[in-house]
Design a protein around this ligand. Structure first.
Ligand code: KG4
Ligand code: ZN
Length: 346
C-alpha cells in the first residue's frame, strides 16, 4: 500500500482546487482553507446556447470538455500555485446536467489521482450557500438563505457550515428559468433575466396583473408555471405588434410577479424561523428589483442582509471550494468510484 502515496488530509494552509461544470459555465478556483479566494475563473458558454434559447446539454458537455483543462490551468496560474501545492481537489457532483457534471468530476478525480491528493464531492446547492462563508466578508450561520438561479429556487435554513435544511423549493420552473422563458416570449435574447431587468426599469409594473404562484397556503414551495402560462395568453391576446410596443410594461409586470412570488415565501420563512440574518444568491440575486425589495424587507423587519458579489452569486467554483472545506475528504484511491447525479440527494 506504500505506493498509494497518501498525503495528510487538508494540510493547514494548502489551497483547495475546485471545478464546477454543472450547467453551462466552465469554472475552476483556488481557495485557501480559511476561505480566501486566490483565483476564480469562469468561462461562460452562454453565446453557444443563445441561438437555441436555452442550454443544450450535449453542447454544454462538449464545451466543458474543450475548456476545462485551460480553465484549471488559468486558475492555478492566477493563484500562483502548482498542482503539487494544492491540499485538496473538489468538484460538483450533483445536481446538474449529467454529461456536464461528469466532465468536471472526472477531470477533478484525474487531477487528484495523479497528484495523490484527497478529493471532495460537493453538492452544487451547498456551494451556493457556502458562497456566503468566503472572505473577505463571511457570514456565519445561523441564517436564512434564498437561492434563485436558472436551475434552482430554494429557501434554506443554514444552521451549520456543512449543510442546510431545505424549507422549500420550486415545484416546476426555477425563478431564473421563468424569467428566461418570459424573456423569450417577448422577443428578448437568452439568457433573458438580465434583459428583463434592464427593460423593466423603463416599464410600468402595474400595467398588467400577473398571478403569484403558491401565494396562499403554508408551503414554502414556489411555482412559476401559472405565471408563465399567463404571459403566453397575454402575448397571444396582444399579438406580435402590440407585444413589441408593450414590451417594457410586460417585462416590468412579469418581473414584479416573479420577485413578489419570491418575497411572499421569504416573508413566510422569516416569520416561521428565528433567523435574524438573510443571504440571497444565485443568478437572480443580481436582479435590481429583487435586491431593492429584499433590502426594503430587511430594513422593515430589522434583519441583517448579505448578498455576495455578482461573481459569487452566479455559478462559480470558489463557492464549490468553500463548501468542500466542510464535506468529507476522501483519500486516493477511494474516490475513483465516485459518480455524478442529475438530482440532489433526497
Ligand atoms: O446562478 P446562475 O448563473 O446559473 C444557474 O445555476 O442557473 O443563474 C442564471 C440565471 C439565469 O436564469 C439568468 O437569466 C438569471 O440568473 N439572471 C437574472 C439577472 N442576471 C442573471 N435574472 C434577473 N435579473 C438579472 N439581473
Ligand atoms: Zn447554480
Amino acid at each position: 500500500m506504500a505506493d498509494r502515496g497518501w498525503r495528510s488530509l487538508s494540510p493547514a494552509g494548502d489551497p483547495l482546487l475546485a471545478i464546477e461544470t454543472s450547467c453551462d459555465d466552465t469554472c475552476a478556483a483556488l481557495v485557501t482553507p480559511g476561505g480566501e479566494i486566490l483565483s476564480n475563473v469562469i468561462s461562460s458558454q452562454a453565446r453557444f446556447h443563445e441561438r437555441y434559447g436555452g442550454v443544450v446539454p450535449e453542447i454544454a458537455s462538449r464545451h466543458h470538455l474543450e475548456l476545462v483543462n485551460a480553465v484549471v490551468d488559468e486558475a492555478l496560474q492566477a493563484g500562483g500555485v502548482g498542482l503539487r501545492d494544492v491540499g485538496l481537489v473538489a468538484a460538483t457532483s450533483r445536481p446538474g446536467l449529467i454529461g456536464a457534471l461528469l466532465v468536471g468530476l472526472s477531470t477533478a478525480k484525474g487531477l487528484a489521482a495523479a497528484a495523490r491528493l484527497p478529493f471532495a464531492a460537493v453538492d452544487h446547492l451547498h456551494g451556493h450557500v457556502a458562497a456566503n462563508f468566503l472572505e473577505p466578508d463571511p457570514l456565519d450561520p445561523p441564517f436564512l438563505c434564498l437561492i434563485a438561479s436558472g436551475g434552482h429556487t430554494l429557501l434554506a435554513s443554514v444552521e451549520r457550515r456543512d449543510g442546510y435544511e431545505l424549507l422549500g423549493s420550486t415545484r416546476d420552473d426555477a425563478a431564473g428559468e421563468a424569467l428566461d422563458k418570459g424573456a423569450r416570449m417577448i422577443g428578448l435574447g437568452y439568457p433573458g433575466g438580465a434583459a428583463i431587468d434592464r427593460l423593466a426599469r423603463r416599464g410600468d409594473a402595474g400595467a398588467f396583473d400577473f398571478p403569484l404562484g403558491m401565494r396562499r397556503g403554508d408551503s414554502l414551495d414556489f411555482s412559476f408555471s401559472g405565471l408563465k402560462t399567463a404571459l403566453v395568453y397575454k402575448v397571444r391576446e396582444l399579438g406580435p405588434e402590440r407585444t413589441l410596443e408593450r414590451r417594457a410594461d410586460l417585462a416590468a409586470a412579469y418581473e414584479r410577479a416573479v420577485v413578489e412570488s419570491l418575497m411572499v415565501k421569504l416573508g413566510q420563512a422569516v416569520e416561521r424561523t428565528a433567523h435574524r440574518r438573510l443571504a440571497i444568491g444565485g443568478g437572480v440575486a443580481a436582479n435590481t428589483l429583487l435586491r431593492s425589495r429584499v433590502a426594503e424587507e430587511c430594513d422593515a423587519r430589522g434583519l441583517e442582509l448579505k448578498i455576495p458579489p455578482p461573481s459569487l452569486c452566479t455559478d462559480n467554483a470558489a463557492m464549490i471550494a468553500s463548501a468542500a472545506r466542510y464535506v468529507p475528504q476522501v483519500p486516493y484511491p477511494d474516490f475513483l468510484a465516485f459518480d455524478a447525479f442529475a438530482r440532489s440527494a433526497a
